[in-house]
Write a protein that binds this ligand. Sequence first.
Ligand code: DON
Length: 307
Amino acid sequence: MRSLVPDYLADVLADVASDTSGELAGYIPELASADPDRLAAAFATVDGEVYGAGDIDAAFTIQSVSKPFAYALALSDRGFPAVLDKVGVEPSGEAFNEISLETGTGRPRNPMINAGAITVHSLAGADDPEPGARVERIVSGLSAFAGRPLRIDEAMCASEMDNAHRNLAIAHMLRSHGILTEDPRAVVDGYIRQCSVLVTPRDLAVMAGTLANGGVNPVTAERVVDAAVVRQVLSVMATCGMYDAAGDWATQVGIPAKSGVSGGLIGALPGQLGIATFSPRLDEHGNSARGVSLFERFTTDMGLHVM
Ligand code: DON
């Protein structure tokens, strides 16, 4: 099996390689200049084997794939009631950057959309941290999920912050409802730093593998978060991870997943493996076009569907 997996992955990549459908994310200038042809897939099993094919060591910014991991860190740091009080768990059925706040309370509908993720960012780490300490907590937490020290791409961060009008508007709405209690600009700055952490497809496979393994990194054997936290995170990934394509994904692929605008996509199959793909062109929902095709292929070939 071990020698067959890389060949299988290389074959599947070759089958989707000619598909150039979709567009690069245009609203972050630094992302719009990415190489659109990069393509990779990696698997990390719960017993710590990592397999990959294509550009598995290509570095790119994690973007929204950070959201389930930041949610896990916030749940660990603050406990469930404090986080659930501020962010719901219902699918919004809307795009990732819609405001999607509950009427009355102003609570973001879930932690996978930007409104929820900006709020979750503000909840990670200690209550009222020193400047920079929250971002450090999140970068070190993401690093524990990946099993190596990760760092922020400062150029990407500056590029996104210069064009963050929509996220700033969302953060000001959250502040007006008392969901955020700090300066909205500072929270968005930290959230964008979180999104600008550099990862490779190999890292994302190990991060997803840590979720599949109940919160223990299968390569380093470090317990990163409790199993109860992972259960919550996987449930929210299953219902909300693919935004307004969540229903299509559930029926056609059927595993908890999360996408990002830089072209990363992860899926976690509890007790078995973490999967990551990378291809920067996005479909109309903001999900990696070839990434979705790869996952459809994996689920068909290996019977992964669990939802
Ligand atoms: O906040 C944003 O818009 C980006 N930093 C992340 C969005 C994202 O990755 C959405 N996923 N498809």
